[in-house]
Each structure stands twice: as C-alpha cells, then as structure tokens.
Design a protein around this ligand. Structure first.
Ligand SMILES: Nc1ncnc2c1ncn2[C@@H]1O[C@H](COP(=O)(O)OP(=O)(O)OP(=O)(O)O)[C@@H](O)[C@H]1O
Ligand SMILES: [Mg+2]
Length: 260
C-alpha cells in the first residue's frame, strides 16, 4: 500500500450497540475509494442497514469513527430504500424535485434537472403522473431519480430492487450502472442476491452475523461496461461462486460446492 490520497470514506473500528442492548456491529473497518461501487451482502440481521444508517449520519457509532476525505455537504448523500417511499399526493416530477425544493434551488434550474433525470431513468412520459399510476419498477426509477437529483457524491441503496420481478430487476441494474458511469458517484448497494451484487459492484463486502462484522472483502475485477453477455461469462460465474462460498462460510454453513 502506498501513500495515496485518503479514501473517500472510511469506517474505523465502528461498533454499534442499540439502546435495547443489541450489538448490531462490531469493529467494522472499511475504506471506500471515490467512485467505487460496493456490494454489501450478508444474512438478515447482520447489520447491513445499520452500516448505511451510520454513513448517512442517521445513527452514531457506539465506538469507532467515520472519516471522510471531505465532509459531505447537504444533499451529497442520496439514499434509496426497498420501498420507493414517494408522496402519493404529488406528481412524479414534484416527488423528484422535492430535495431541490428543500435545498432552495431556483425553480427553473430545478425543473431542468428533474426533466433531464426523468428522461435518464425512462420516465419522461410520466412526469405528471401520480405514484399510484406507476408500476413497482417505475416507482423505483422515480425513487432513484429523486436520490440523484441533488447530484450526490454518494448513493446508498438498501435492497432497492428486492420487490421487483427478475427481468425488471435486471433492467434496473443496467440502468443504474449507466447512471453510475455517467455521474461517477460512489455507490454502496445492499442486496441479498449474490448474483445482483456481483453484476453491479467492483467489490463485494461479505458480512457475518451475531454480532455483525465483515467476514470477507472480495475484489470482483469484472470487465465494464457490464451487460447481458456478462451473465453467461465464466468470470462472472466464478466471482459469484467465490462470494457465495464466503457468504456460506460467514453464516457457518459448511459449503461443499466447487473444489478445494
Ligand atoms: N433501531 C434499532 N433498535 C434496536 N435494534 C436494532 C435497531 N435496528 C436494527 N436493530 C438490530 O440490529 C441488528 C442489525 O440490524 P440491521 O437492520 O442493520 O440488519 P440487516 O443486515 O440490514 O438485516 P436485513 O437483511 O434483514 O435487512 C439486528 O439484530 C436488528 O434486530
Ligand atoms: Mg436491512
């Protein structure tokens, strides 16, 4: 390791005990470079959402620190949850513009940004529609647009596509990668799907439960741009296998699949 620039974001020995006594995280150390795309995988309850909540500043660590290369300004962190959480009484364009309204961005500029982003996520024709008129996948596109409209440097995603069918999910994976290539934000993506995590990310962080900790940090090193062809590529299969084995190991399952 050389004396390169400090990482964009670094968790240093972060532990979290919730007030009810649950030790959710223990001694999490994780450095994230600017522009990286990380997948966070692990069993239910191992603390993935808790890590995102710490990074978003929604909870404070019980021990340890979170270090930034530059402290994030307002709007510098976007968040997408499993539920799209749109305001039902507001049109899609009003939903997506909300963070800009809160930041008091001039209306003309805000509208221009919203229009451009809705086009990028394939919702140009639904700007004036209401959330109830959209499918689950379209609502999630709107939620992603809302998270990106402030041009965040960091996008935190907590199982955003878990409720969608496989084809819609794969399409959203491709669209998310296109946005990432275009806007160059740093991305942390929580998923229960090893296949999805490997498809998207440059690195997979595998967590172990009780208490939540990092079990493996696996560089994926697959070619970009990623597309359908990758799904049948032997390197993709191999990366999925490595992450699956680490996950089974983290969960204390003695996997026998694949060799040594
Ligand atoms: N606000 C809270 N108060 C008390 N305990 C909590 C709180 N939030 C989470 N926990 C506990 O902390 C642990 C980690 O929870 P967390 O939600 O981070 O897990 P997760 O990996 O995101 O799980 P899942 O995959 O099911 O979403 C769990 O044991 C959970 O019960
Ligand atoms: Mg969670």
């Amino acid at each position: 390791m050389g004396q390169g620039p400090p990482p964009f974001l670094e968790l240093q020995g972060v532990s979290k005990r919730y007030p009810n006594g649950t030790l959710a995280l223990t001694d999490i150390s994780l450095a994230v470079g600017e522009g990286e795309f990380l997948a966070l995988v692990g069993a239910s309850g191992c603390g993935k959402s808790t890590i995102l909540r710490h990074i978003a500043g929604l909870v404070a660590p019980s021990a340890g620190h979170i270090q930034w290369s530059r402290p994030p300004a307002a709007g510098a962190i976007g968040m997408v949850f499993q539920e799209p959480t749109l305001m039902p009484w507001a049109s899609i364009q009003d939903n997506v513009r909300l963070p800009l309204d809160l930041a008091k961005v001039r209306r003309a500029e805000a509208d221009a940004r919203v229009t451009a982003l809705l086009a990028q996520v394939g919702l140009a024709d639904f700007a004036r529609a209401y959330p109830r008129e959209l499918s689950g996948g379209m609502k999630m596109r709107a939620a992603i647009a809302r998270a990106l409209v402030t041009r965040p440097r960091l996008l935190l995603m907590d199982e955003p596509f878990a409720a969608l069918d496989e084809i819609t999910r794969q399409k959203l994976n491709d669209d998310l990668l296109a946005l990432w290539r275009d806007q160059r934000f740093t991305a942390l993506f929580v998923t229960h799907s090893v296949y999805e995590g490997v498809y998207l990310a440059g690195r997979a962080i595998v967590m172990a439960p009780r208490p939540g900790r990092i079990h493996a940090d696996i560089p994926l090193d697959l070619p970009h741009p990623r597309d359908e062809a990758l799904r049948t590529d032997a390197r993709y299969a191999d990366a999925c296998r490595r992450v699956s084995l680490a996950l089974a190991d983290a969960m204390g399952v003695h996997a026998t699949g694949g060799g040594a």
